[in-house]
Design a binder for this molecule. Structure first.
Ligand SMILES: NC(=O)CCC(=O)C(=O)O
Length: 304
C-alpha cells in the first residue's frame, strides 16, 4: 500500500459546546462567547457551536433572526453574529465552527420582480485570526412528517444551499462542515472523506423523536463508513421552547466508537483527535484499497 501523508497532521482537541440559547439574540451571543472562552481555556483548538445557536429553532423565527452574511464582510450593525463569531475565534485563538444562524440572502435582482427575500440556514467557520474560512448553507432542508410525533418543514421558509463545504484548517488538515439533516445523506460524508478530511463536523438540532433513534447512530455510521472522526453539536434541551432539541452532543472515533457524549443539559464535551486512530482503523479494515469502482460509481468524482 502506498504511504500517503496523514489526514490529520497533528493531534487536536475538539470541543462541542452544547449551548443553552433563548429568545434574546445579544444574550445568546454573549453566552456563546463565554462558553467558547471556557472551551479554549480547557485546551480546545477547534470549537463547535450548535445549529441556530443565536435564536430559537423554528420556521417562525428564521426571518426575524436572519442576518445578511455575504458578500462579506457585513457591518456589525447588519450582522452582529458574524462579528461576534469572528471575535470569539480571534480572542481565543481557536478554529470556530460557528454552529449555524439564519441568513438573509440578497434577492437576485437579475431575475424578474417581485424580489422576495431568501433565507438559508448557514454555518460560518473562522480561523484563529478571526478570518472567515468557509460558509456552509444547509443543503438538505429538514422536511419531515411523522404522524402524531413531529412535523417540520424548513422549506416553508428556507432555501437550500448547493455546495459541499470542506475547510482547510492549515496546521491540522481538512474538515467537512454540514448541518444537521445533512448527516442523513451519506454521499456528502463519503465525498468529504475521499477528498481528505480527517473529521466531519455537524452542528445539529435533532429532536426528541428522531434523536433517540438516529442521532448517535448517524454519527457512528458516518464514522464507520468513512473511517474518520465525526462531531455532532446540539443545543441543550429547553422543554419550554417550541422545539425540543435532543442534546447529546458527541464525538465518534474512526472505529465508530463514541468517545464522549453529553446528556441533554448545557455542557461542553471534549475529545482528543489523532492521526494514529485513523491509520489504525484504515490499516485494520482497508476499505480504501478494496472499493470496486468498476462495479459502482465513485461519488467523490461526480461533481467538482
Ligand atoms: N435541524 C434538523 O435538521 C433536524 C434533523 C432531525 O431531527 C432529523 O431527524 O434528521
Amino acid at each position: 500500500m502506498a504511504t500517503s501523508s496523514p489526514l490529520l497532521k497533528k493531534s487536536v482537541k475538539i470541543a462541542c459546546v452544547q449551548l443553552a440559547s433563548g429568545a434574546d439574540k445579544p444574550a445568546n451571543l454573549t453566552h456563546a462567547a463565554d462558553k467558547v472562552r471556557e472551551a479554549a481555556s480547557n485546551g480546545a483548538q477547534i470549537v463547535v457551536l450548535p445549529e441556530c445557536f443565536n435564536s430559537p429553532y423554528g420556521c417562525d423565527f428564521f426571518p426575524s433572526y436572519a442576518e445578511p452574511l455575504l458578500p462579506s464582510p457585513p457591518s456589525p450593525e447588519q450582522s452582529p453574529s458574524f462579528h461576534a463569531l469572528a471575535a470569539m475565534a480571534r480572542d481565543n485563538g481557536v478554529y470556530l465552527v460557528g454552529g449555524s444562524i439564519p441568513e438573509l440572502v440578497a434577492p437576485d435582482f437579475s431575475s424578474s420582480p417581485p424580489f422576495k427575500p431568501k433565507y438559508c440556514n448557514t454555518s460560518l467557520t473562522f480561523s484563529p485570526a478571526g478570518t472567515l474560512l468557509a460558509t456552509h448553507r444547509k443543503i438538505h432542508l429538514f422536511d419531515i412528517d411523522i404522524p402524531g410525533k413531529i412535523k417540520f418543514k424548513e422549506s416553508d421558509v428556507l432555501s437550500a444551499g448547493n455546495d459541499l463545504t470542506i475547510v482547510d484548517l492549515a496546521e491540522y488538515g481538512k474538515i467537512a462542515v454540514a448541518i444537521c439533516y445533512d448527516i442523513r445523506f451519506p454521499e456528502l460524508a463519503m465525498i468529504a472523506a475521499r477528498r481528505g478530511c480527517f473529521a466531519l463536523v455537524y452542528p445539529g438540532a435533532f429532536n426528541t423523536t428522531t434523536g433517540p433513534l438516529h442521532w448517535r447512530l448517524q454519527g457512528q455510521a458516518r464514522a464507520m463508513d468513512n473511517q474518520i472522526y465525526v462531531a455532532l453539536c446540539s443545543p441543550a434541551r429547553d422543554v419550554k421552547a417550541g422545539y425540543h432539541a435532543y442534546g447529546h452532543s458527541l464525538v465518534v472515533d474512526p472505529m465508530a466508537q463514541v468517545m464522549v457524549e453529553a446528556k441533554e443539559d448545557e455542557a461542553i464535551v471534549y475529545a482528543d483527535l489523532n492521526s494514529a486512530k485513523i491509520e489504525e482503523a484504515r490499516s485494520g479494515i482497508p476499505l480504501q484499497d478494496q472499493r470496486r469502482f468498476d462495479v459502482y460509481v465513485d461519488v467523490s468524482k461526480v461533481k467538482p
